[in-house]
Design a protein around this ligand. Structure first.
Ligand SMILES: [Zn+2]
Ligand SMILES: [Zn+2]
Length: 352
């Protein structure tokens, strides 16, 4: 099969032929129809994730059709259209028994703990626990975004953040997760304020329903918390660090009003420095500081129902469709262009 491979961290991203995988017991092989290009793939490529073993194939936001089924799989058959959360739970431990699959201590993650979906085929473990059927009428490129950024944003805003209509929601960082969060919070009836350094990203945020945008200077000189407090008449009720950086994390906590909730969504690899969380402010305002890590497969129906009903439109976030040959360049420059890029063409270009 064709796959996007890197042999060293930060090194060349090359498309080449690699052996096609076999389905493991309890798992499946999926023929990839779409694989989103996400900042987490960039972190994997940069060597920020200790799970990644070289050589490696990135990609974890995927949708496709079941190609082969391993021994013991009961719920899935060849040809089924599926997507999957980026956290693949084991399904057997106490955490899974409690329904908290997104933090299973025995989780696997395509594109991190094993080869991912920037390839024609990908292995997914514990298929009966983790696969999600893609409804008819939802195209696979849109479904791919549900596996990581959109579902992650949905859980962060709705389930962990507990958004309520009329509240002010601040979204720090308007990449894929952030734009998804803007759309989801606006659909929930919240008033949304979006922060980013990119005018293009802020324009998209407005089109997703942000009522106020704050343009932050790239050198960090903007007093974002003060701008949020001013625009919202006292601070956000709910604020998300959707980027994962020391400055966005700290700004998100500091921009909250009394009793506000901060949700950490963006990854914070320790290699990039640890944020300062102002615990004096957490104490004085009785803030809640919460983490949100993907979303379990069993939570998808609530999200899919809203998508199918037209209340949410994850497809609006897909701004570019790429071939596998273009994926390496897109991964290397992730974040430099607004919107979500999805690889949808895995065939070799015809030789001329
Ligand atoms: Zn488990
Ligand atoms: Zn992702």
């Amino acid at each position: 099969m064709r796959a996007l491979v890197f042999d060293r961290f930060g090194g060349p991203l090359q498309v080449r032929e690699v052996p096609a995988p076999e389905p493991p017991p309890g798992g499946v092989v999926v023929r990839v129809a779409a694989s989103g290009v996400c900042r987490s793939d960039w972190h994997a490529w940069q060597g920020h994730d200790p799970d990644v073993v070289l050589p490696h194939v990135p990609g974890h936001e995927l949708a496709g059709t079941v190609e082969a089924v391993g021994a013991g799989v009961r719920r899935w058959a060849v040809g089924d259209r599926v997507t999957v959360p980026f956290v693949n739970a084991c399904g057997n431990c106490g955490v899974c028994a409690a329904g908290e699959h997104q933090v299973c201590p025995h989780q696997t993650q395509p594109g991190f703990t094993h080869w991912g979906s920037m390839a024609e085929l990908v292995v997914l473990q514990a298929a009966d626990v983790n696969l999600v059927a893609v409804p008819d009428g939802l195209d696979l490129a849109t479904a791919a975004s549900l596996g990581c950024r959109y579902a992650t944003a949905f859980r962060a805003v709705v389930q962990v953040g507990g958004v309520r209509a009329g509240e002010w929601v601040a979204v720090h960082g308007c990449g894929g997760v952030g734009l998804s969060a803007v759309q989801i919070a606006a659909a929930a009836g919240a008033r949304v304020l979006a922060v980013d350094v990119s005018p293009g990203a802020l324009e998209l945020a407005r089109s997703m329903g942000a009522e106020v945008v704050v343009a932050a200077a790239a050198d960090g000189s903007t007093d974002v918390p003060a701008a949020v407090v001013e625009a919202t008449g006292g601070g956000a009720h709910l604020s998300l660090d959707a980027l994962g950086a020391a400055i966005t994390c700290t700004s998100s906590v500091r921009c909250l009003r009394a009793r506000g909730r901060h949700v950490q969504v963006g990854l914070l690899p320790p290699a990039l420095g640890r944020p300062e969380v102002p615990m004096d402010v957490v104490l004085a305002r009785e803030l809640q500081v919460l983490g949100s890590h993907g979303m379990a497969a069993h939570s998808y129906p609530a999200l899919l129902d809203l998508v199918v009903a037209g209340r949410l439109d994850p497809g609006a976030l897909v701004t570019r469709r790429l071939s596998l040959d273009e994926a390496g360049a897109a991964l290397a420059e992730v974040g430099s262009r607004p919107g979500i890029a999805v690889v949808t063409d895995f065939a070799a270009a015809p030789s001329s």
